[in-house]
Design a protein around this ligand. Sequence first.
Ligand code: FES
Ligand SMILES: [Fe+2]
Length: 312
Amino acid sequence: MDARFPFTPYPRGWFQVAWSDELPTGGVLPLSCFGKELVLFRTEEGVAHVLDAYCPHLGAHLGHGGRVQQGLLQCPFHGWRFNGQGACMEIPHASKIPPGAVLGAWAVHELDGVLFVHHGLEGTRPEWQVPPLPEASAEGWGLAQKKLWRIRTHVQEISENIADSTHFRYVHSTLSLPELELSSEGHIFRADSKMLQPTPRGPVNGRIYTEAHGLGYWAIRFTGIADVTFISAATPVGPEHVVLRHTFFLRTPEQPGTSNNVGKALVAEIIRQVEEDIPIWENKIFRARPLLSAGDRSIPALRHWSRQFLEG
Ligand code: FES
Ligand SMILES: [Fe+2]
């Protein structure tokens, strides 16, 4: 059978692997990402590291029972200890460390309550970083909600959703097709869309401004109905599976004691819209040469930009 997607399931770029609050000081978590088994741990100083999971000694998974001891990750099986760069620093009852006692180490970037790992070509360092999201630390804004889905699709399909203006009308019942303005610059892609959205108080002109840094990080800003900003982070975990995480930030109400019901309703609506997309993503195929009509001009633009992350 042909592969479902005509490119690698594991593009290059930064991808979310966890939220910061899932990893306390001294915490250890197993990760399955990019078709690999990895281990995520946080030292007593608070620094997060990601290493290949299987111990070079006899192959124990360091994410299942591994412990942080004096800044090192200790294997649960025979106690070998590794630093954040993957080097074995201590072997109990042995004075010499064999030269091959090294685990692959992954670049980690933690900001705005999110832990990202860089997936790149073997031996290459990241060429760019995910930028901080101003709303995550701005006065008058707060974390509103976090949401996670596991979806049988490719990160490319989730990215195309933003550039796919005509689906909003049919899948998400917006009252008009979005007016889309797209631009790209290196690893960054921007989409500015305006559309008429239904609300309980009648149609409202809404604007969605999106800025992607690679396929794994989309900062999406809704204005008009209410101010909601969220990070949409799709991470390839297996050959046909993606974990999609949304981290929502909302403007806090100016009057203390009141609640931002419109903002909360918009967050619920965005979650509902993702759940409308999921059955399409899970069951569709990827058409490398789609039949496009006049309303689809933005799909080739998005595909042209995303090629840089998908090709070897
Ligand atoms: S398998 Fe890790 S120390 Fe033996
Ligand atoms: Fe959608």
